[in-house]
Design a protein around this ligand. Sequence first.
Ligand code: ADP
Length: 236
Amino acid sequence: MISLTNVYKEYTEDQHVLENVSLDVKQGEFIYLIGPSGAGKSTLIKLLTCEERLTKGNLKIGNVDLIKLADHHIPEYRRQIGIVPQDIVLLSHLTVYKNLVYTLQAMEVDRKLIKGKALSALEKVGMLSFKNVFPTQLSIGQQQKVAIARAIVNNPKIILADEPTGNLDNKSAIDVMKIFYQLNQNGSTVLMATHNSTIVNTVRYRVLEMKHGKVVRDQMEGTYGLATDYRDMFVI
Ligand code: ADP
């Protein structure tokens, strides 16, 4: 489903932000992407969303070869993946429901299907009763749920999330994680960058640990562990 082979990424010459990353993700897997800040987690996700293009290597998602994907095909490609960024950017002048309608219209989804898809996505994240509320009237956790609804509004097979619980309190983080687990149970492949060790250690899935642009650990039903960088900080 997702296949990276010897992937390199440089933003500037001689600075390998990703170095020789190879990775295979099967349909339906749930993966936590962990590692210290600057390890390359966001960059890896950005390569998958085509926000950034790789410097060297091979990268395929499903049948799409991202090396060969022309820039003008990127919007069409993105419609097939759900992207949940850390910073929630909902349109504040539109209600929750209209935010989703706006996204579906931008995706050029058949008008007849828009209402059903928007309401179904809100139901999946438990936000249906908030459909006529404006984003500013919601808590951060509720806004994140709407952001997830927006990401899944067109039923993507792959969901990419960059620290989706980073700005949330514990209770909201758990609520949001339950949504991701449910989406995965229903067949979506989920790749999530996270710093939340409690979540990683509590609900065990595959763990990919990155450091200095490399995958240093790939463990099924893995734990967060004590990242080497923090270990260094605890030496007294
Ligand atoms: P993480 O998500 O693990 O914190 P990032 O992928 O954001 O890591 O960053 C990895 C490295 O790439 C860092 O050293 C960061 O400074 C650098 N970097 C990220 N984005 C850019 C950019 N647009 N231009 C130059 N360097 C960047």
